[in-house]
Design a protein around this ligand. Structure first.
Ligand SMILES: Nc1ncnc2c1ncn2[C@@H]1O[C@H](COP(=O)(O)OP(=O)(O)OP(=O)(O)O)[C@@H](O)[C@H]1O
Length: 350
């Protein structure tokens, strides 16, 4: 781990989230099947799996967007009602895979919206703008500014959310989620679409959130981010939990490499095909050089040489194309994938 923070999670820490036997069926499709997962105080837990494995559906079951077909979800020992606003009120906040900001509101206003579950002032108080409301409004603004400072967006408080660069919009979503003073934060692909620097900053931000005493459950396709960040990682495959353990355990599990990172399929380009493409390229280069040399020594044969050069260039292009097709169309082998585990794969937007 490259973090400077200290992992506070221990197996004896109190359980914050306890999901037990969560199953979610959509008609004939079982998107999540009997998944158990706990998150303890001070932990950062990762949830990974291939596209369509059921990760977001599981999040939706945790946060009351879906009523699980079977199973139950408890937060700090109390079974959660399957209603998003009650789940937020209980202490679970989330961000979405698809950024969901109020784009025509300012950065500050977006965070203030996230505070509404923690403000007691009712409609009449808001309409009359009495002293109680004004005091509460001031406190909310102060808290919202603190959060913007925390995520590094204080200077942009009055900007419209839609004018923020993509990476900052994701940070604003986090600030808004934090505005409800959660004890558990669920992040759905927080680094999707980010460059390396932004991803690194987000990693630091998640550590800082954990250091504030907020447990984190994070879905992400960026394996480097996950394995660097998480105390524990659970792997979902086809709706079922395949493996759960420390980053080291999960990374070293052959089933994860096979199921998540993919095994080479029959007919996938292997060493032979790569060698063929390289040989074709080398041949084309030699032909081009020979044609050039011939053109220099036999000016009268320039036309023929130029024909040869064109043919060589075409052969080289063909070789290039066949090389490109190989890398574009075919998934990489499991070994390549495993060693390239730091690559980011964008999931379908949700
Ligand atoms: N509301 C829905 N109605 C029907 N099927 C759904 C619904 N939501 C999800 N699914 C299906 O459930 C399965 C799991 O989808 P889910 O989005 O949870 O996967 P995921 O692991 O989050 O994938 P990704 O990494 O691409 O985001 C998929 O087959 C998906 O098509």
């Amino acid at each position: 781990m490259t973090t400077t923070t200290t992992a506070t999670a221990t197996s004896t820490a109190a359980t914050v989230l306890d999901a037990s036997g969560v199953t979610m069926r959509f008609g004939g499709l079982t998107a999540v099947r009997g998944v158990d997962l706990t998150v303890r105080e001070g932990e950062i837990v990762g949830l990974i799996g291939p596209n369509g494995a059921g990760k977001t559906t599981f999040f939706n079951c945790l946060t009351g967007l879906y009523v699980p077909t079977e199973g139950q979800v408890s937060y700090k020992g109390t079974v959660l009602p399957p209603k998003p606003h009650l789940v937020t009120k209980a202490g679970i906040a989330r961000t979405f895979q698809n950024i969901r900001l109020f784009s025509n509101m300012t950065v500050l206003e977006n965070v203030l919206v996230g505070r509404h579950t923690r403000t007691k002032e009712g409609l009449w108080s808001a309409l009359l703008r009495g002293p109680g409301f004004k005091k509460a409004e001031l406190a909310s603004r102060e808290r919202a500014m603190e959060l913007l400072e925390f995520v590094g967006l204080a200077a942009k408080a009055e900007h419209l959310a839609r004018n923020l660069p993509y990476g900052e919009q994701r940070k604003l979503e986090i600030a808004r989620a934090l505005a409800s003073d959660p004890g558990l934060l669920l992040l759905d692909e927080p680094t999707a679409g980010m460059n390396q620097n932004e991803t690194r900053t987000t990693e630091e931000l998640v550590f800082a959130i954990r250091d504030k005493g907020i447990a984190v459950l994070v879905i992400e396709h960026d394996m480097k981010f996950i394995f660097n960040l998480c105390d524990r990682v659970a792997v979902l495959v086809q709706g079922e939990k395949l493996v759960e353990g420390t980053s080291e355990v999960v990374q070293g599990d052959e089933r994860v490499v096979a199921a998540y990172l993919g095994t080479p399929y029959e007919g996938a380009p292997g060493a032979e095909e790569v060698a063929e493409v390289e040989a074709a390229e080398a041949h084309a280069e030699e032909a081009a050089e020979a044609a050039e040399a011939q053109a220099d020594t036999e000016p009268e044969a320039a036309d023929t040489a130029s024909d040869d050069t064109e043919a060589a260039a075409e052969a080289s292009d063909e070789a290039d194309e066949s090389g490109d097709a190989g890398s574009d169309d075919a998934p990489e082998s499991a070994a390549e994938n495993a060693s390239d585990a730091d690559s980011t794969t964008e999931g379908d937007s949700k």
